[in-house]
Design a protein around this ligand. Structure first.
Ligand SMILES: Cc1cc2nc3c(=O)[nH]c(=O)nc-3n(C[C@H](O)[C@H](O)[C@H](O)COP(=O)(O)OP(=O)(O)OC[C@H]3O[C@@H](n4cnc5c(N)ncnc54)[C@H](O)[C@@H]3O)c2cc1C
Length: 389
């Protein structure tokens, strides 16, 4: 049994704590927030699991991880006692006449790059069969039957309850000020562990006051969304609207609740939503379904997504510290794959095997870095170098 600290109880931290605990490790989980996770990007999110919908703006490995993770989520969720929400009934992509060029471009992109995944072109009648209230606004749509969504807040709560019932040691309201190798500074003391797993999200960004153990090249990308209650609107599956500025979507949640999101702004400002964003998001929702005019605004939500300059996630591995970060706008989409790679890395470290061997053991070695923090060489490059020499 290894004595492992996990810093950050957002999406990755909670998953890592639970599954490493189940592998028999002794876990101590720290978060500067309360257990509800209000400071996490995970709580702000929409929970879309739409790899093809994202594919125009991300690398193919994210899409592949998204599909792998869609297959892994049901198993993870089945191991939680608490209530959760997961749906895989496909998504619809729609566009208004003025954005039809973008729509055509997207259709071509899917045909050229992801022909192995089903994608159905629907006319108004077919839209009405699938989503009876959308046919009046759109006369064509793309149906992507493999896509889904997860209840992000319900998942955070179910993970909290599971961690509590399995008696994992969780210190909430404890700000870890520094991480240095396998030592961390919290509550005025340095504490040493066999291994630290850093899942701080944007909390790991290097600033004047956060230097030791902070991650360079990490940035925050602001996202805003609305939580609406619209009992007169009946939409079953995520709807993505082609839009020149943002990737806009409506995600139906339980009992008349909808998420309308999300902006993507290069800023670490976590202040309240702007008028401009609210106008754009709400008019997009209204243009998809006029019933949103009568919706109640239950919450406007702002969060910051942690991202590296290439918008790829990264797992920096040493024998004392693993840093998982840069999940950007794809945390829920890819978390199960990252969790698998983390469990493999921890088992490997415990067996004191050379870290570079990890390249052979994980499905996405390009995410792994095994040199000390600050290095840019990744396992995949290293592996290819060996293969070519
Ligand atoms: C508006 C919005 C919409 C999104 N929609 C989607 C979506 O539809 N689908 C999708 O897949 N992804 C989506 N995302 C992205 C997703 O939420 C993130 O990728 C994911 O939450 C990142 O997980 P994480 O565990 O790395 O960080 P987080 O979930 O942010 O967790 C980090 C945790 O670390 C804690 N912490 C930070 N610093 C410290 C410290 N020094 N000491 C102790 N604790 C600390 C924080 O309190 C927090 O709990 C969205 C994000 C936003 C903002």
């Amino acid at each position: 049994m290894a004595n492992i600290a996990i810093v950050g109880a957002g999406l990755m931290g909670r998953l890592a704590a639970l599954f490493l605990h189940r592998q028999g490790e002794q876990i101590t989980l720290f978060d500067k927030d309360q257990k509800k996770g209000e400071l996490s990007a995970a709580r702000a999110a929409a929970g879309l699991l739409t790899p093809l919908g994202e594919s125009l703006h991300c690398e193919p490995n994210i899409v592949a991880m998204g599909f792998d993770s869609l297959a892994l989520w049901p198993k993870i969720l089945a191991s939680l006692d608490g209530y959760h929400f997961f749906q895989q009934q496909g998504s619809l992509l729609v566009s208004h006449a003025q954005d039809s060029g973008d729509f055509q471009r997207f259709v071509k992109h899917l045909k050229h790059n992801y022909a192995q995944h089903p994608c159905h072109f629907l006319n108004r009648e077919q839209i009405n069969e699938l989503e009876p209230e959308l046919g009046r606004s759109f006369n064509r749509a793309l149906y992507l039957p493999e896509e889904g969504q997860i209840g992000n807040r319900k998942l955070l709560l179910a993970l909290q309850q599971q961690l509590e019932s399995e008696q994992v040691n969780w210190h909430s309201n404890q700000h870890v000020k520094q991480i240095n190798g396998n030592r961390l500074f919290v509550n005025g003391d340095w504490r040493r562990f066999d291994l630290i797993i850093d899942c701080r999200g944007t909390g790991a960004i290097k600033t004047a006051g956060n230097t030791v153990g902070a991650i360079s090249d990490l940035r925050a990308v602001r996202g805003e969304l609305f939580q609406l209650f619209a009992p007169d609107v009946h939409i079953q599956r995520p709807i993505r609207l082609m839009h020149p500025r943002y990737q806009l979507y409506i995600a139906p949640k339980d009992k008349g609740h909808y998420v309308v999101g999300a902006t993507e702004i290069e800023s670490d400002d976590a202040g309240p939503m702007t008028v401009r964003s609210s106008l754009e998001l709400l008019s997009a929702a209204y243009s998809i379904h006029p019933g949103f005019a009568e919706a109640q605004i239950r919450q406007h939500v702002v969060g910051t997504r942690p991202a590296f300059s290439d918008n790829q996630p990264r797992m920096q591995v040493s024998n004392e510290l693993i840093q998982i970060n840069g999940l950007f706008r794809h945390g829920f989409l890819i978390a199960p794959v990252l969790l698998e790679q983390l469990l493999t890395a921890v088992a490997h470290i415990k067996q004191a095997k050379p870290l570079e061997q990890l390249a052979e053991l994980v499905a996405y070695p390009e995410l792994m870095r095994w040199q000390p923090p600050g290095s840019t060489t990744n396992l995949n490059q290293r592996h290819n170098t060996y293969a070519n020499s």
